[in-house]
Design a protein around this ligand. Structure first.
Ligand code: ZN
Length: 352
């Protein structure tokens, strides 16, 4: 027994839209729409992936695209967001930032603007029902033309203050240079959105540097490559740039050979702000609490450090001040509660 990690208040800053879907919901929606799912998304779920080579990454992308294709109606989309909020609440997450590239859903929903507006409406509805605050990150795709990213940035900027809290850049960082997307990030920054590109996952430290230098990143998706570069790690620490570290994703995609190889302790020891995330639980089989469990069990982090990780997730978020204050107070209370490990045995308590 130890302090329950689902009861630790936290924020979840790295979760993709389709990737957040429950597996049972994927299977159900596929049946309803008579969409074929490969075995890796049915009997052999969760799929075995490895992006150490490009074939593995394409396999991951292909499975993601298939999963996304079952979201076809407004009810499907609202269900995904509602269930995600319920799952977040069950895992102690009081604030969620969910990433969506509206162009991936545009075909079934009449274009990127109507997708974005529907996602925001579904998020507001799910937040009210669950009590979990939700911010939406509009994310562009690195493998597409930078002009598409600019269009998405203008869309995101127009929805700042209506539930969009950040602008992201996802997909294969080995293609698509960060600098090409600088104009899009400037549009988002002028609207007050957080800059949250992916970097330092599939590529090395230079990709994290490009996110800082070219995109003025407030946070970085993954960024684990910074563990291999001391100068960069010092810079991230000094700049207080939060890295959204997703341990289960890193292992599933072959970024880390094993859970112990995720450089969590190196990053923390360097003084870097780290927020744990699940990335795509639909494909990696683990939600948010499992990331904290791994930090405890594999990396041996004590409850004080796990509470710090939760605090860093809140501080790196776009959550409004009252939500931040409530979560930070809750984290203090979680840590102040007695550790079940250190409680005296019942007999001692009675006689002593
Ligand atoms: Zn991601």
């Amino acid at each position: 027994m130890a302090r329950p990690l689902a009861a630790l208040p936290k924020a979840h800053l790295h979760l993709h839209f389709t990737g957040a879907m429950r597996h049972a919901t994927l299977v159900d929606l596929a049946a309803r729409h008579r969409a074929h799912l490969p075995e890796a998304l049915q009997a052999d779920w969760p799929p075995r992936l490895s992006a150490a080579d490009e074939r593995g990454w394409f396999r991951f992308q292909r499975l993601y695209d298939i999963a996304r294709s079952v979201i076809r109606t407004e009810d499907d989309l609202r269900r995904l967001v509602r269930e995600t909020a319920e799952d977040e609440r069950a895992e102690g997450s009081g604030w969620l930032e969910i990433q969506v590239d509206p162009s991936g859903y545009a075909a079934y929903f009449g274009g990127i603007t109507s997708v974005a507006e529907l996602v925001l409406d579904a998020a507001a509805e799910a937040a009210a029902a669950s009590g979990v605050g939700i911010g939406v990150i509009i994310a562009a795709n690195r493998t597409k033309h930078p002009l598409e990213a600019r269009t998405l940035a203008r869309l995101a900027a127009g929805l700042a203050g209506h539930g969009v809290t950040g602008f992201g850049l996802s997909n294969d960082e080995r293609r698509g240079k960060a600098a090409d997307f600088a104009p899009a990030f400037r549009i988002a920054a002028r609207a007050g959105l957080l800059a949250v590109p992916h970097g330092g996952e599939l590529a090395g430290p230079e990709s994290v540097r490009a996110c800082l230098d070219e995109l003025n990143a407030d946070r970085i998706g993954h960024g684990v490559a910074a563990a291999r570069d001391q100068e960069l790690a010092e810079r991230l620490a000094a700049r207080q740039t939060t890295l959204e570290v997703c341990p289960a994703s890193n292992v599933a995609l072959g970024i880390a050979a094993s859970p112990a190889d995720v450089p969590l302790r190196i990053l923390l020891d360097a003084g870097i702000q780290v927020a744990l995330g699940a990335d795509d639980p639909l494909l990696f089989g683990r939600r948010l609490v499992a990331q904290y469990e791994q930090a405890r069990q594999v990396h041996g982090l004590p409850d004080e450090t796990l509470a710090d990780l939760a605090r860093m997730s809140v501080r790196g978020s776009a959550a409004p001040p009252p939500v931040r204050a409530r979560l930070l107070t809750g984290i203090d209370a979680w840590l102040a509660a007695p550790d079940p490990h250190r409680l005296p045995a019942p007999g001692n308590a009675l006689t002593g």
